[in-house]
Ligand binder design. Structure first.
Ligand code: UDP
Length: 327
């Protein structure tokens, strides 16, 4: 029996496919390659290029392959773009997932693990954030992910499908092999943008806001290594295969670092002075996002291995310095 990974050519998807293949699992990847990279697909996975909303295409994959569970990464994930083009996000993240879910149910596959996000919480009431805390997204990206969670919830009630929603905090780092890493175009995430400076592709990094109510005035985030996220997906699939009930889990390290701390660590790791410029706040950024991942540790047995910021940035640097233009 195989695991079907939708969006398996993207950043977190490709790292999960690597982890599955390294664990000797049978893996089928579907990706339309709009933002994914075919070079990121592990050679042991069977790859089908196509869109998750293309029902004849996906039906064919379900009929050809013996799929026991789905892991779904295929979505847009740029917060800023989602504010400018909300309907693009509703179409891609929600409408296409709806069509995919219909195909899945029609083909009798009833277990799915999917990507959610800390953006479902919006401005948190407190940190660390628990799964039961208020969800009030402040952008369409978080809103579509929360709506996806609800769509799965109601589909479970009607069709018996079981799901695990994984709410990631700040995914970062790269695979230890150096073969795959983060390659977004355009890039909008802090660590890859910082590393563009020592790579000679950017003169300085902008610090978005220095007047937040934090110890050094800059935003605090919970940075979690992509390999640890990948492991959590395997644990979540196995949890469902062993009969676990539908569930939602935060995935983070439970430790926050400020933007200034991340830049300082990148200076240490790269040996480059990395110029920084203080600019205005970016709209919609909460001051602090830190996960409580106690539930994932307790229920799934998740145990993140790469919790040092230095190690996370070293692995990202190992990828970016060798792939300054991505794949
Ligand atoms: N950030 C920054 N400069 C940049 C990009 C990001 O200061 O060029 C800050 C951003 O305001 C946030 C943190 O870095 O506080 C992480 O941003 P990112 O976009 O990587 O992830 P997010 O937390 O938005 O999911």
């Amino acid at each position: 029996m195989a695991i079907l990974v939708l969006g398996g050519a993207g950043y977190i998807g490709s790292h999960t496919v690597y982890a599955l293949c390294e664990a000797g699992r049978e893996v089928v990847v579907v990706d339309n390659l709009e933002t994914g990279h075919v070079e990121a697909v592990h050679p042991n996975a069977r790859f089908y290029q196509g869109d998750i909303a293309d029902q004849p295409f996906l039906t064919n994959v379900f009929q050809k392959e013996n799929i026991e569970a789905v892991i779904h990464f295929a979505a847009y994930s740029l917060v800023g773009e989602s504010v400018e083009k909300p309907l693009k996000y509703y179409e891609n993240n929600l409408c296409k997932t709806r069509a995919m879910l219909e195909t899945m149910v029609a083909n009798g596959v009833d277990k799915i693990v999917f990507s959610s996000t800390a953006a479902t919480y919006g401005e948190p009431e407190r940190v660390p954030i628990l799964e039961t805390d208020r969800t009030q997204p402040t952008n369409p990206y978080g809103e579509t992910k929360l709506a996806m969670e609800k769509m799965f919830h109601w589909t479970e009630k009607a069709c018996g499908l079981r799901y695990v929603s994984l709410r990631y905090f700040n995914a970062c780092g790269a695979h230890v092999s150096g073969n795959i890493g983060e390659a977004h175009n355009p890039e909008s995430h802090l660590i890859p943008l910082i590393l563009q400076v020592p790579n000679g592709k950017r003169e300085f990094i902008s610090i978005f806001g220095t007047d937040y109510p934090t110890f050094d005035g800059t935003c605090i985030r919970d940075y979690i290594h992509v390999t640890d996220l990948a492991e959590a997906h395997i644990l979540a699939v196995d949890y469902l295969l062993q009969g676990g009930e539908s569930n939602i889990f935060n995935l983070g390290n439970g430790v926050g670092f400020s933007v200034r701390e991340v830049i300082e660590t990148a200076r240490k790791v790269t040996g480059h002075p990395i110029a920084a410029k203080e600019v205005e706040r970016r709209a919609g950024d909460p001051a602090q996002l830190i996960a409580s991942s106690e539930k994932a540790k307790r229920v799934l047995g998740w145990n993140p291995q790469h919790d040092s910021l230095e190690e996370i940035i070293s692995s990202a640097w190992n990828w970016h310095k060798n792939h300054p233009n991505g794949f």
